[in-house]
Design a protein around this ligand. Structure first.
Ligand SMILES: C[S@@+](CC[C@H](N)C(=O)[O-])C[C@H]1O[C@@H](n2cnc3c(N)ncnc32)[C@H](O)[C@@H]1O
Length: 244
């Protein structure tokens, strides 16, 4: 049977559920990253788990050279159309981030919007840190954007519903065995489809210690895309700027 992340990200409904995670939001984070890292124009960037390419495209529009990796054929096809519409050239690669390797080095590696914690074992989950490190030039930056455990636990919305054309998307969330689980029920034209998300919950300390074990220097931690400083009770995101 396919893993949850294979079925869900391959479905046409994923982009509908997350339609508010759009280019505007991506641009805000991209501008923050450029300002924080001071990365030079034409630098090489690797986007690990690029989805429909919203961050890669914003970087490419600003003159950076992008390689963008994802497992989902559906999202990569969307990304290619979006890149064409934006008139930018991006090297898209279909691969699993657990064993992705390319004989090239980058000035910036991205892992954005909780593209992390999907696998069963810690070993598999933290492979992306090693991959980011190995693909970076000396002094290059790794940007890691994940949820804040404390905020998630205190603010979890158990049920929500979203109207779509001809139907409804119902999302049920719970925390179970150290993972945040979301059941997604799509009701459309009298039919029902089921999907799931299951993401391992790591604390900031666990993430920091794994980054340091990978030999990254943690330069800064932000709590949102607008560059506000991380606050464990108030921030919904953990955005770590780590340097090789
Ligand atoms: C929450 S989305 C984020 C996408 C993108 N970074 C964004 O901000 O829109 C997570 C992405 O991880 C990708 N993904 C999931 N498992 C993967 C794997 N094993 N290897 C590569 N990509 C994977 C999914 O296809 C999806 O595009």
């Amino acid at each position: 049977m396919a893993e949850w992340f294979e079925s869900w990200f391959e479905s046409e409904e994923y982009l509908k559920v997350y339609k508010h995670r759009d280019e505007r939001e991506a641009l805000q984070l991209v501008e923050s990253i450029i300002s924080i890292t001071n990365i030079k124009n034409k630098s090489k960037i690797l986007d690990l788990a690029c989805g429909a390419g919203r961050h890669s495209i914003e970087f490419a529009k600003k003159g950076f050279l992008l390689t963008a990796v994802d497992l989902s054929e559906n999202l990569l096809n969307n990304a290619k159309v979006n890149a064409q519409n934006a008139e930018v050239d991006i090297d898209f690669i279909r691969a699993d981030i657990r064993d992705f390797y390319i004989d090239d080095k980058f000035d910036l590696v991205l892992n954005l919007f909780t593209s992390f914690g999907y696998f069963e074992s810690d070993e598999e989950n933290f492979k992306v840190f090693k991959s980011a490190y190995d693909h970076l030039n000396e002094n290059g930056f790794f940007i890691f954007d994940y949820f804040n455990k404390k905020y998630l636990e205190e603010n979890l919305i158990p049920n929500s519903s979203l109207r779509i054309e001809d139907g409804e998307i119902i999302q049920k969330r719970r925390i179970e065995k150290g993972r945040v689980i979301k059941d997604i029920i799509i009701k459309k034209n009298g039919n029902e489809k089921y999907f799931k998300e299951s993401v391992k919950i790591y604390s900031l300390d666990e993430i920091k210690s794994k980054l340091e074990l990978t030999k990254f220097n943690i330069k800064d931690i932000y709590g949102s895309f607008d560059r506000s400083k991380f606050d464990e009770s108030l921030s919904n995101r953990i955005i770590i700027i780590a340097q090789k």
